[in-house]
Design a protein around this ligand. Structure first.
Ligand SMILES: [Fe+2]
Length: 176
């Protein structure tokens, strides 16, 4: 298999994101690339930030995302399809449904090196690093995520609040 090249991968994702079957094509590209998580890991630059936008335009946002031990990212949606692949460590993804006046935990999934998952636009998840170690992945969204209006959800009542830095800081759980 060819060595992972981030620039090439971004170009491939950009082409896939404007296709009629973008959701499927992005998923295929991610699944293929993450068959060799070690190849991605060795090719990725180091980022000081835990979230780094690698590319974004109106059709696609490609992020490097690191989850660190001790922080549980609060329940949120994306209002666009989110495709997540992990190349180092593991993310514990917890999935929820809003029912009446509460947030109901439906399932959880550990996403480890080589795994790829996709969330629908209205899918709600919270995320934390697994096993006390950081996780690193590439997250692909089929829209310009930095400008999209999306929500954070109260851990108990499920009440939706705008996804702002201020609300995020209030709602994040520090677990360490
Ligand atoms: Fe997310």
């Amino acid at each position: 298999m060819a060595q992972f090249n981030l620039d090439n991968f971004i170009q491939e994702l950009r082409a896939a994101a404007v296709a009629d079957d973008a959701v499927k094509r992005v998923r295929q590209l991610m699944t293929e690339a993450f068959r060799s998580p070690e190849s991605i890991r060795s090719a990725m630059p180091h980022y000081d930030n835990d979230d780094e936008v690698l590319f974004e335009d109106d059709s696609v946002s490609i992020w490097f995302v690191r989850f660190v031990p001790g922080l549980h990212v609060p329940p949120h949606d994306h209002q666009t399809t989110a495709t997540i692949g992990v190349f180092e460590g593991a993310e514990d993804n917890h999935f929820y449904l809003c029912e009446a006046d509460r947030l109901v935990h439906k399932s959880s999934r550990r996403v480890g090196p080589g795994d790829v998952i996709a969330l629908k636009p209205d899918g709600i998840h919270s995320v934390e690093a697994a096993d006390g170690a950081q996780s690193c992945g590439i997250h692909v969204y089929l829209a310009k995520l930095t400008t999209i209006e999306r929500s954070l959800f109260d851990w108990d009542s499920g009440q939706a609040r705008p996804y702002t830095d201020e609300n995020y800081e209030q709602m994040k759980r520090v677990t360490a």
